[in-house]
Design a protein around this ligand. Structure first.
Ligand SMILES: Nc1ncnc2c1ncn2[C@@H]1O[C@H](COP(=O)(O)OP(=O)(O)OP(=O)(O)O)[C@@H](O)[C@H]1O
Ligand SMILES: [Mg+2]
Length: 237
């Protein structure tokens, strides 16, 4: 398998406070990789570090190119889409406008139109609510919109920050099933950070556990499921 993302000895800091400490991990093309960790472990900071949104040192290699230190806009242009924690849609804009904004880096008008239909097919509720303001959608609908919006950029790598946050168990289950389908159907590589270890490991190929800004364990989804420390801390067993 071809390595798509290779992170080596990455540090991240907010001002004088160091959050990530020498984290290293990789994601291969087509994989779903999950980063598990408790509140405050550094999951969001990890995704922000990949997107050039916090101050970092170390290396982030994306498809053979060093991107650490690059501007967020340049990283997006290379094909990295980020669904931030708390969704990241424009609440006052309509569903349709949000989706079209997601495609702003693309020049292929026809492809964009086709993809709009594709994501409306995947999430029929969004089609029904096309003209509705994003901010008036339910939590689950907003999360669908955030994912569809990110997919409108036709990304190589989709970064999802705690997509289960604030959603009811059944909706979370449905959403994760969709992530699995999107990965299989479009081949989009995914890096998901989550506290909901059970569902995330269901669709993940591999995973890592981050604690206090350090990666403590890594392995296949099956290996993590059978790791005693992981079971105890994240799987409630
Ligand atoms: N802008 C900031 N300035 C200073 N410290 C910050 C800032 N953002 C986050 N932190 C701190 O960095 C640490 C890691 O935060 P981060 O948001 O990455 O955690 P997380 O794993 O995503 O947690 P959660 O599951 O609660 O979302 C926390 O201790 C947090 O207080
Ligand atoms: Mg977070």
């Amino acid at each position: 398998m071809t390595t798509m993302l290779k992170v080596t000895n990455l540090d991240a800091r907010y001002g004088a406070i160091q959050i990530l400490r020498q984290i290293s991990f990789d994601v291969s093309e087509g994989e779903v990789v999950v980063i598990l960790g408790a509140n405050g472990a550094g999951k969001t900071t990890t995704l922000r570090a990949l997107c050039g949104m916090v101050s970092t040192s170390g290396s982030v290699n994306f498809e053979g190119q060093e991107i650490r230190g690059n501007d967020t806009a340049d990283i997006v242009r290379l094909g990295v889409a980020h669904v931030p924690q708390g969704r990241g849609t424009f609440p006052e804009l309509s569903v349709l406008d949000n989706l079209q904004l997601g495609a702003y880096v693309r020049k292929d008008r026809k492809g964009v139109e086709e993809d709009l239909e594709r994501w409306f097919d995947a999430f029929p509720r969004l089609r029904e609510r096309k003209t509705q303001a994003a901010g008036s959608l339910s939590g689950g609908e907003q999360q669908m919109l955030a994912v569809a919006r990110a997919m409108m950029a036709n990304p190589r790598l989709l970064l999802l920050d705690e997509p289960s946050l604030g959603l009811a168990p059944l909706i979370i289950e449905d959403l994760f099933r969709r992530f699995g389908e999107i990965n299989k159907e479009t081949g989009t590589t995914m890096l998901i950070v989550e506290q909901n270890a059970n569902l995330a490991l269901n669709i993940a190929d591999r995973g890592y556990v981050i604690e206090s800004g350090r990666i403590e364990v890594g392995g296949t989804a099956a290996e993590l499921r059978s790791n005693d420390a992981v079971r105890e801390a994240y799987l409630g067993a």
